[in-house]
Each structure stands twice: as structure tokens, then as C-alpha cells.
Design a protein around this ligand. Structure first.
Ligand code: F6P
Length: 545
């Protein structure tokens, strides 16, 4: 197609964005809006009626998707094309949850058998640890797992485990360490006994500073407290695509679970990177998580654009970013178990779509990925929701809530739901000056005072939100939910014509960090960098106590 912003569809959307009535009016005119703008798929229910969108808006957005060949790009991902062009890699996290009898080609071979073999290896390992057959160096069974990884090798295992807390059934405890700050690992190790602790080191590249350093410290702790070099194999396993480096590092070959180049770090929880999850919830539940994601893959691949949940969510988010200057998108989980999801989606989306050149290297002249942030409802209602309601920024919101709680307790869940729905309502309808004045009718104030206060109470409304519901939070619905956001990310990246699957920005930070480390430890003061960097390094060197 012609340059995106010059295309007639883009221009039509820009014009249309100026012509929309307030959402209040849209609801007043159409009593069927909820039915017309909601959708069920894979155990999830999406109400997208509280968006600044009419039928015409949606049709224009679908046309944009068609003209940017979204369907072809979706097919290309599932087919294993090298859509991560800067790294010449396929993007096949979907293969990790494919049916065992599917055939998926990558790197010139069918990759499904090795995915299945890895699942079988995970299963055998989980069984042996959980059953107590796997013994530590003094013959005791394992009680504690320490998962060491960062980025996708941390957020997926940690946040999905947290989400599946009601399904923990193995009796093991799992601790997560990511940060290179020595405090993170020290505080965990203080609580642990080396005889009964198993470390799962997760690093796709096996080259990430934080993970290597934390693993070395864990090994030193193990050796100091009684374990011997020959017993390391009983306490350290690794998940990596770099088997050579893992072996050189000292991990026994049998203790290495494979990963592949066609799985991105932030899409890797479905692989053996998910081992800590499986160690907590068991393989049956882990497989149910995969099934839920697979169902969403099928939906994404096969449903027409107009009934396609990730497509609809992706388009609506893009609508605000590109045509209403929304710079961020908030994810609000009304479920304590899902409190970590905003951080998970933050990496998924911001590392994927935080890009500013198109696939052919042209600098974009439109916004790409927004800032993703969020938190747990109702807590946020007593904090940052103020800005959502009355701040100057437009921040589209996703509200996520299971309809049934794992902990039914009196009226708690009904109250939680009423807050969730009440917030979406308040964001949509707002409060007019007349309504605010009417509320103050009985107050002992002069008319002038009433007017002044009423002005502060006005909420413009017309703030968009999606509400995503599920009957209950289960491994399967959680799998579908995560896959939904993965695909939503692809939809946006495809339309923006960027590469959602590389991460050169974070790579630069990794390299410069290593360079600075060398200068901190060098015999002479730093002089070769910019004045600020030299100054900071030298200050650090001088002030070591
Ligand atoms: O920081 C960038 C990144 O490459 C992420 O994409 C990835 O999830 C993380 O680092 C960890 O990488 P690895 O699994 O190779 O240690």
C-alpha cells in the first residue's frame, strides 16, 4: 500500500475521528450496543462497547487491517516465515502449544516432535522432583525451587505461577530471582537450605549478565554451605537454546532443557522456560495452559477479522494511539491472582512494539507502541484512577475480571465486580456540569460556590475501556488470555509495519552495561566516555567503602 499515513484509509480514519459523538450519545441511541459490540472466544468474553467507535469506525479499522494485509501477516507467522527480519528468525511460539499431530516447519524441519519431546522431558523431571525420586546431595527430597532468569525468562514463570496460585498442587515452593542487585538473591538464599533447594536457571541466550551472575552466586552459596562440585548436577538445571555455553558453564547435559531461536524471550513461557510453573501446578495444568493458548491461536488464525478478538482489541488500541494521541494504555486486573499481569503485558507489548522504523528501515511518522502500565483493582481506584477520570491524557483501559472467585467470601466478589463495572461506566459517561450542580442542590453554599465546586466535579467521560471477563480463572482461560495479548501485539505491529520481534534497544543497554562494568573495575580512572558517564564511574570507584 501507499505510505501508511498518506493512504486514503488513514486519512478517512483521521477525518472520522473528529466526527464522533460522545459515547453517552452512542449508548442513548442504541440499546443493542452491548450485544452488537461484544464477543466470546476461548472462554473469554469481551465487551468493547465502551469505545469511541461506531459501526462506521469499526468498518474503517477493518479496512485498514485489510489494506495493510494483516491476514497475510498472521498467516506468515503461523507458517514459520522469517518475519523477525532483522534476526532472520521465524516467530513460532504458537508451535509450543500446537497439537502433537500438527506439522510445523522451521529451519528446514518439522519442529513439533522436538516440542513434544521437551514436554515429555519436563514431565519426567517434574514427576521425579515432585515424587521425591530426585534427591539432593544429602539424599533429601527437594522442597524449594529457585528460578533464576530475567525479562521473558522471569516474568512469564513468575506472573503465570502467581496467576495460577489456586492450582499449586505439588507441595513445592518456588522463589524467583531476576535483578542483579545482590540483595535480591541474598534475601532469598537466607531462607533456604542447600540440601533441599533446586535452581532452575533460565536464559535463552545463556549470555545475560544478571542471570549468569545470580547463578554463579547461587553455586558459590551451594558450595560454601556443604555441596561439592560433583553434586552441583543434583541442584542446578538450565533452560536455554545455547547448550554449548550451558555445558561450558558446568550444567550437566541431562539437566539442560532446550529452547529455540524461533521463540522470542517474551513469548517463551510456553516452552521449558515455563518449568517453574509446571513444578508448582503440575504438568496437567501446564498442558491446560498450553491448550487455552492453542485455542486462542486457532481463533486468531481462523476467525474473520470482524469476529476476531485479538484483531478487534489491537485495532481499537491503535485507534486511540494514532488518532487521539493516546500515549499509554492501562491494564486493570480485578483479580488478586492476576495482579502481575500488567507487568507481563508491559514487557510483551513495549519490547515488541517500542520501535520507530518500519521493516524497510523508514522512520515512522506515526505513533507505535504505547506505554503499557496498570495494576490491581480496586486498589488503583484510590490512587491513579483519578487521572484516568479527570486528567488531561486520554488513557484507554482494559478491565480484566473472572466472574467467579476462587475465594468466595461473603459479598467480596460482588463488590469487586460492582467496582469494576462501575469504573467502566464512570469513565464512559462522566459527569456533566448540570449533574454536578444537581448533586450540590441541597448544600449550604451560595450559587457561586456551588458552581465553582461543580466545575471541579465535572468528568468529561468518553474515556474508552474494554471489559474482559471469564467464568473462572483456570490454567486454560489464563493461557487464552495471554495468547490474546500476544496476538493483539502482532496485530498492531503488522499494521505499523514494524518488526515486533526484535529488541535492539535493550541489547544496546546490555552491551554498554558490560563496557561500564569493565571501566569500574579498571586500574585507571575513566576518561574516555562522556563527562557525565566518566564522572559517575569515577565517583563510584572513589566511594567504595
Ligand atoms: O533484555 C532483553 C532480553 O533479551 C529479553 O527479550 C529476554 O526476555 C531477556 O533479555 C532475557 O534473555 P535470556 O533469556 O537470553 O537471558
Amino acid at each position: 500500500m501507499t505510505h501508511l499515513t498518506e493512504s486514503s484509509i488513514w486519512q478517512a480514519l483521521a477525518k472520522h475521528s473528529l466526527q464522533l459523538p460522545h459515547m453517552r450519545e452512542m449508548f442513548a441511541k442504541d440499546s443493542q450496543r452491548f450485544e452488537a459490540m461484544s464477543l466470546s472466544a476461548c472462554g473469554l468474553f469481551l465487551d468493547y462497547s465502551k469505545n469511541r467507535a461506531t459501526t462506521e469506525t469499526l468498518e474503517l479499522l477493518f479496512k485498514l487491517a485489510e489494506e495493510t494485509e494483516l491476514k497475510d501477516k498472521i498467516c506468515a507467522m503461523f507458517a514459520g516465515d522469517l518475519i523477525n527480519t532483522t534476526e532472520q528468525r521465524a516467530v513460532l511460539h504458537t508451535a509450543l502449544r500446537a497439537d502433537a499431530d500438527q506439522e510445523i516447519q522451521a529451519e528446514g524441519r518439522d519442529i513439533v516432535p522436538e516440542v513434544q519431546q521437551t514436554l515429555a522431558k519436563m514431565e519426567a523431571f517434574v514427576d521425579s522432583v515432585v515424587s521425591g525420586q530426585w534427591r539432593g546431595y544429602t539424599g533429601k527430597a527437594i522442597t524449594d525451587i529457585v528460578s533464576i532468569g530475567i525479562g521473558g525468562s522471569f516474568l512469564g514463570p513468575k506472573i503465570i505461577s502467581q496467576g495460577l496460585r489456586p492450582y499449586w498442587n505439588t507441595g513445592l515452593a518456588c522463589h524467583f530471582v531476576a535483578n542483579v542487585d545482590g540483595t535480591a538473591i541474598s534475601e532469598k538464599l537466607k531462607l533456604l537450605n542447600p540440601e533441599t533447594t533446586l535452581f532452575v536457571m533460565s536464559s535463552k541466550s545463556f549470555g545475560t549478565q544478571e542471570t549468569l551472575t545470580n547463578t554463579l552466586s547461587a553455586k558459590a552459596w551451594f558450595l560454601k554451605l556443604g555441596g561439592s562440585q560433583s553434586e552441583v548436577a543434583k541442584h542446578f538445571v538450565a533452560v536455554t537454546s545455547n547448550v554449548t555455553k550451558a555445558t561450558e558453564f558446568g550444567i550437566a547435559t541431562d539437566n539442560i532443557f532446550p529452547m529455540w531461536d524461533w521463540v522470542g524471550g517474551r513469548y517463551s513461557l510456553w516452552s521449558a522456560i515455563g518449568l517453574p510453573i509446571a513444578l508448582l501446578v503440575g504438568m496437567d495444568n501446564f498442558r491446560a495452559l498450553l491448550r487455552g493458548a492453542h485455542e486462542m491461536d486457532e481463533h486468531f488464525a481462523k476467525a474473520p477479522l470482524r469476529e476476531n478478538m485479538p484483531v478487534i482489541m489491537g485495532l481499537l488500541s491503535l485507534w486511540y494511539g494514532n488518532f487521539f494521541n493516546a500515549q499509554s494504555h492501562v491494564v486493570l486486573t480485578y483479580d488478586h491472582y492476576l495482579r502481575g499481569l500488567p507487568a507481563y503485558f508491559q514487557q510483551l507489548d513495549m519490547e515488541s512494539n517500542g520501535k520507530s522504523v518500519t521493516l524497510d528501515g523508514t522512520r515512522v511518522d506515526y505513533s507505535t507502541g504505547p506505554v503499557i502500565w496498570g495494576g490491581e483493582g480496586t486498589n488503583g481506584q484510590h490512587a491513579y484512577h483519578q487521572l484516568l477520570h479527570q486528567g488531561t491524557a486520554l488513557i484507554p483501559a482494559d478491565f480484566i475480571m473472572p466472574l467467579n472467585s476462587h475465594n468466595p467470601l461473603g459479598e467480596h466478589h460482588a463488590q469487586l465486580a460492582s467496582n469494576c463495572f462501575g469504573q467502566t461506566q464512570a469513565l464512559m459517561q462522566g459527569r456533566t456540569l448540570d449533574e454536578a450542580m444537581a448533586e450540590l442542590a441541597g448544600a449550604q453554599l451560595s450559587d457561586e460556590e456551588k458552581l465553582l465546586i461543580a466545575k471541579h466535579k465535572v468528568m468529561p467521560g468518553n474515556k474508552p475501556s474494554n471489559t474482559l471477563l471469564m467464568d473462572k480463572l483456570t490454567p486454560q482461560t489464563l493461557g487464552a488470555l495471554i495468547a490474546l495479548y500476544e496476538h493483539r501485539t502482532l496485530v498492531q505491529g503488522a499494521i505499523w509495519q514494524i518488526n515486533s520481534f526484535d529488541q535492539w534497544g535493550v541489547e544496546l543497554g546490555k552491551n554498554l552495561g558490560n563496557d561500564v562494568l569493565a571501566r569500574i573495575g579498571a586500574p585507571q580512572a575513566a576518561t574516555e566516555l562522556d563527562a557525565s558517564s566518566n564522572g559517575l564511574i569515577n565517583l563510584y570507584r572513589q566511594r567504595q567503602i
